[in-house]
Design a binder for this molecule. Structure first.
Ligand code: SF4
Length: 110
């Protein structure tokens, strides 16, 4: 669903505006403290991550992290691959288990 304040598609955003309702939720960040608010979508990397990497084995999780004195809250995303059973360091790229050919372009020969 498209996030209204960013205009980006996010598979975890849900908004119900039918018949005067105004219910919005993030289905990725559900039990976070501080709690999720739609303002967090402005800096959330998830729409760009899912656009860059459609791997069905990668699971995202997210939480809201507060900065110093609670200022500057940001969405922190972590990723895990259920196929290679490892933390995905760069969710934009993936763990490279399924696409090892990418390493041939990124690693220089010795
Ligand atoms: S916080 Fe991120 S994952 Fe959650 S609805 Fe907004 S853009 Fe999507």
């Amino acid at each position: 669903m498209k996030v209204p304040i960013t205009g980006k598609e996010c598979p975890y955003f849900y908004g119900d505006y039918h018949r005067g309702r105004h219910h919005e939720e993030c289905r990725l960040i559900v039990d976070s403290n501080p709690p999720w608010e739609i303002k967090h979508c402005k800096t959330c990397p998830v729409p760009d991550i899912v656009k860059a990497n459609t791997c069905p084995h990668m699971i995202l999780s997210g939480e809201i992290k507060s900065g110093f004195l609670g200022i500057g809250q940001k969405v922190k995303i972590s990723a895990y691959c259920t196929k290679s059973h490892q933390v995905v360091e760069d969710p934009y790229v993936g763990c490279s288990e399924c696409h090892p050919i990418l390493n041939q372009f990124t690693e220089l020969p010795e």
